[in-house]
Ligand binder design. Structure first.
Ligand SMILES: NC(=O)c1ccc[n+]([C@@H]2O[C@H](COP(=O)([O-])OP(=O)(O)OC[C@H]3O[C@@H](n4cnc5c(N)ncnc54)[C@H](O)[C@@H]3O)[C@@H](O)[C@H]2O)c1
Length: 359
């Protein structure tokens, strides 16, 4: 099969949907890979690396002419003219929030498989997890930067030094992003506590990090006690399919020490603090109630090289299945991949997307 990898055109999107080693894997399965020139540049991957892997370079038109097109973000603008019947499109789509694109995919009878709805039998979302891991790990780095005096912070070094206490980091939510943040915060030597409503999640963190982290049941009183004394709060809570719960009231944020920091990873679901509002990589922080807030909605965009490798590690086996078996056979063989199909044969297939447009 011909597999195309266009360069992303969305603003500030520097990831690419396939790495050179991913291209080599597809080529080893007798597929032809066409990568748009410069597609990897934003992730610090040269065209030469794709050529060395056996891929062909071409213009956008050539990459889009392939039977299977791999992308990171949904097609938009100029890209929409390439969307045509029988095309298998594999990318993040987020269609429930994008009715115009959904209509185009239906009208043009595209077979659209969304990364974000591929779901294993246990309910987990394997193509969202790598980005939560990147965001969680990055949150500690972002928080350390917020705490620097030049950014309005208290001027605290997370690790402390000999004779000086480390910073106190409080992590709300012990899922993928929270556990990842916890590992980094413990690793740099901060004093870390982590809260969740699920005892099993806390037990897991306790097991992997032992005595280096304090696990605390999440409830109003415990959140207040932990947050008041925190230098850095990292919000990573998620209630699937719902807006993030507002665990931090404005009054609680105001009660934190001036120059403390809040990194709200949950901001893409509305944020877990009353004081959070979305920011961008170009202007990532603001100070409210004396606390430095970092609320970037696409945190992995700051580290596109790592994010590209993390994403493609997770997508490649599905891309290989689609290329090897063809769309119909591949989705018949794998229920997880089948749940990823959002639009096919001129209709919405995914129940969540259908529900979003039901009214
Ligand atoms: N800003 C970004 O760039 C970015 C990137 C990736 C993910 N995210 C977001 O990060 C959030 C977390 O993602 P994840 O994959 O780690 O989710 P997850 O489901 O693995 O973890 C969420 C955790 O929050 C816990 N939780 C729910 N309510 C709680 C409460 N009241 N108190 C304490 N804990 C509570 C859950 O029990 C769960 O363990 C999501 O909103 C996701 O969209 C943001």
């Amino acid at each position: 099969m011909r597999v195309g990898v266009p360069k992303e055109i969305k603003a500030d999107e520097n990831r690419v949907a396939l790495t050179p080693s991913g291209a080599a894997a597809l080529i080893a399965h007798d597929h032809e890979v066409i990568v748009e020139r410069g597609a990897g540049r934003g992730s610090s991957i040269d065209d030469d690396a794709y050529v060395a892997a056996g891929a062909h370079l071409g213009a956008a038109d050539v990459a889009w002419a392939a039977e299977l097109v791999l992308m990171v973000k949904e097609p938009s603008g100029e890209e929409l003219r390439h969307v045509r019947p029988e095309l298998v499109l594999f990318t993040y789509l987020h269609l429930a929030a994008n009715e115009p694109l959904t209509r185009v995919l239906i009208e043009r009878r595209v077979r659209a498989v969304a990364y974000e709805t591929i779901q294993l039998d246990d309910g987990t979302l394997p193509l969202l997890a790598p980005m939560s891991e990147v965001a969680g790990k990055l949150a500690v780095q972002a928080g350390a930067w917020c705490l620097q005096a030049t950014n309005g912070g208290r001027g605290i070094l997370l690790s402390g030094v000999a004779g000086v206490r480390p910073a106190k980091v409080v992590i709300l939510g012990a899922g993928i992003a929270g556990t990842s943040a916890c590992q980094v915060a413990v690793g740099v030597g901060a004093y870390v506590s982590i809260l969740d409503v699920q005892p099993a999640k806390l037990r897991y963190v306790h097991d992997i990090l032992g005595g280096h982290v304090t696990t605390v049941m999440s409830n109003r009183a415990n959140i207040e006690e932990e947050v008041r004394s925190a230098d850095l709060v990292i919000g990573t809570v998620l209630i699937p399919g719902a807006k993030a719960p507002k665990l931090l009231s404005r009054a609680l944020v105001a009660a934190m020490r001036p120059g403390s920091a809040l990194v709200d990873v949950s901001i893409d679901q509305g944020g877990c603090s009353e004081t959070s509002r979305p920011t961008s990589h170009r202007d990532p922080i603001y100070v409210e109630e004396g606390v430095v807030h970092y609320c970037v909605t696409n945190m992995p965009g700051a580290v596109p090289h790592t994010a590209t490798y993390a994403l493609t590690n997770a997508t490649l086996s599905y891309a290989l299945a689609l290329a090897d078996r063809g769309f119909e056979d591949a989705i018949d063989a794998d229920p997880a991949l089948r749940r990823g199909v959002n639009v096919a044969d001129g209709r919405i297939v995914h129940p969540g997307v259908a529900a979003a447009f039901a009214s």
